[in-house]
Design a protein around this ligand. Structure first.
Ligand code: ZN
Length: 181
């Protein structure tokens, strides 16, 4: 399978130029809600105690807060389940939209997973053990503590994190399904 070129608009977060074309155009981060092209300027926590944030437009920030009322009153298990659902995209929130342009998935792996494996420089048949090894290696290599002020490394670090999140969630789902058999 030919590797697709990684371009600047790797896709997540999505950015769009506002204002005049060319040099003066300001880059604006778009809303993280699936399918929304409004500027996303309202941060919302992805999970309790998580420093990670979504960025939504006003409408979707309100919707998000309303639907989630954020983990209030949830047990740790419930909160973890929600976080996993969110990571899987089950709630329609944009998590792995950055993998989206990939070709069709095979029977056992979703396109998101295949994209994630690609980001971790793995083949599509890599097992989770290989995922963990690759993740540790790449996260270390691009870690912001080591590469201070290196924007490319920071971007790559985020990709690696996001890819691992996708694969971890998939692995957890698979294990949960297996346990129910
Ligand atoms: Zn929106």
């Amino acid at each position: 399978m030919a590797k697709q070129k990684r371009s600047d608009d790797w896709g997540f977060p999505r950015w769009r130029s506002y204002g005049k074309a060319g040099r003066e155009a300001a880059r604006v981060r778009l809303c993280d809600r699936e399918g929304c092209n409004e500027p996303g300027d309202r941060p919302a926590p992805k999970a309790p105690n998580s420093p990670e944030r979504w960025y939504f437009c006003e409408v979707h920030a309100a919707e998000y807060n309303k639907n989630w009322n954020y983990f209030a009153g949830l047990s740790p298990e419930e909160a973890a389940k929600r976080a996993a659902e969110e990571a899987s995209g089950a709630n329609g929130f944009r998590h792995s939209a950055h993998w989206k342009w990939a070709g069709p998935g095979d029977d056992s792996r979703s396109r998101d997973e295949i994209r994630a494996l690609d980001a971790l420089e793995l083949e599509t048949d890599a097992d989770f053990k290989a995922v963990k090894v690759a993740y540790r290696r790449l996260a270390k290599a691009h870690h912001p503590d080591l590469k201070q002020g290196d924007v490319e490394a920071a971007k790559r670090f985020q990709q690696v994190q996001a890819a691992y999140d996708v694969l971890k969630a998939a692995e957890d789902r698979r294990l949960a399904l297996g346990a129910n058999d």
